[in-house]
Design a binder for this molecule. Structure first.
Ligand code: PHE
Length: 347
């Protein structure tokens, strides 16, 4: 029996050493230590031994069992470690591979022009303010001296929120004239850029949403000469000293007298023709309308609690997209809103 046990120990240790998977180890465990295993078979014969031999063999059998169990654990740990090693090697990340370059964007061309315009006005002492796009008809029309029934109030031109036409998407930044004068006493110079909304079909020069920049100056003895001087200086700062501009008489309910300012077309240089055909940018006019302006109507000043006998002022409202188109030589307004990356990357 002693030889048998030694034999089991030796062949077991050799087999365990050769096993190279966890499954093979488990198979061996059952075969060696299980109820039907070799060692159990030997132990079952213990009863036939003499009382002197039994403890000796018992001790030997226990030491064989302990050796096999220890070897099993050792092999299991070794196989697990090897498996982990392989997994780590196959999943290794090479941290020295260069990363993907991150492309930096830049300001939208329209905001570039807006920033430039703001800088010029801030340099002239204007205060830049912001106001609501959802506006009361009172601010957008009534207190600007635009009477009930005026065509610009029509539902076919203006986006209203309610049945009594009291709340709307502002159609002009001129609403900011009223909001500003309500809260500030003259003298002041303010600039109010922002979005405005009109029921226009989109084409090369129209969009249902566009941007305006409103300006308002109120002080003592302000005249039309101040208005012209300021606007010419500003346009030259934006478009260059030799930019050609002109003023035309116009009508706005909230200014008197009123005018519009045009700039010579950057495409045809005022001729109205390109390659023998009509200039597509100015439709043959030779001039592009930039803004509406005028002397603040005395009724509007009075509507805001400012004495028109003492104070006078001028106001203007310019289209930001028009300015950007002229500055950046863009000939279709829709390009500004499409946000095609290839287009934007040019600026
Ligand atoms: N609000 C006018 C428009 O949208 C422009 C304007 C502003 C005219 C200020 C006069 C004074 O056409």
């Amino acid at each position: 029996m002693k030889e048998q046990l030694e034999q089991i120990r030796q062949s077991a240790l050799a087999a365990l050493d050769a096993a190279d998977t966890l499954a093979a180890l488990e198979e061996l465990r059952v075969k060696l230590l299980g109820k039907k295993g070799e060692l159990t078979a030997v132990l079952k014969m213990m009863g036939k031994l003499s009382p002197e031999e039994r403890p000796v063999m018992g001790q030997l059998a226990n030491s064989v069992r302990a050796d096999i169990e220890a070897e099993l654990e050792r092999r299991k740990a070794a196989l697990n470690a090897a498996a982990l090693e392989r997994k780590l090697a196959s999943e290794a990340i090479d941290v020295t591979i260069p990363g993907d370059a991150v492309e930096l964007g830049h300001q939208h061309p329209m905001n570039q022009v807006l920033q430039q315009v703001k800088d010029i006005f801030v340099g002239l002492g204007y205060t830049v303010v912001d106001g609501p796009e959802v506006e009361l008809a009172d601010y957008n029309f009534t207190r600007l001296n635009i009477e009930e029934g005026h065509p610009s109030r029509d539902r076919s031109d203006t986006f209203y929120f309610d049945d009594n036409d009291a709340v709307l998407l502002r159609t002009q930044t001129s609403s900011m004239q009223i909001r500003f004068m309500e809260e500030h006493k003259p003298p002041f110079c303010m600039l109010a850029p922002g979005r405005v909304f009109r029921k226009d079909e989109a084409d090369a020069t129209h969009s249902p949403m566009f941007h305006q920049i409103e300006g308002l100056v109120v002080d003592e003895h302000i005249t039309m000469g101040d208005l012209k001087g300021a606007l010419i200086a500003i346009m030259q700062a934006i478009y260059g000293q030799d930019a050609q501009t002109r003023f035309r008489p116009h009508h706005f309910p909230f200014t008197e007298p009123s005018c519009e300012m045009d700039m010579q077309c950057h495409k045809c240089h005022g001729t109205g023709e390109v390659d023998g055909g009509v200039c597509p940018t100015c439709h043959g006019e030779g001039w592009i309308e930039l803004l509406g302006a005028g002397m603040v109507h005395p009724t509007v000043l009075a509507n805001c609690g400012i004495d028109p006998e003492k104070w006078s002022g001028f106001a203007f409202g310019m289209g930001l997209e028009r300015m950007a188109m002229g500055r950046l030589k863009i000939n279709d307004l829709r390009l500004i809103f499409d946000n095609n990356i290839k287009f934007l990357e040019q600026f």
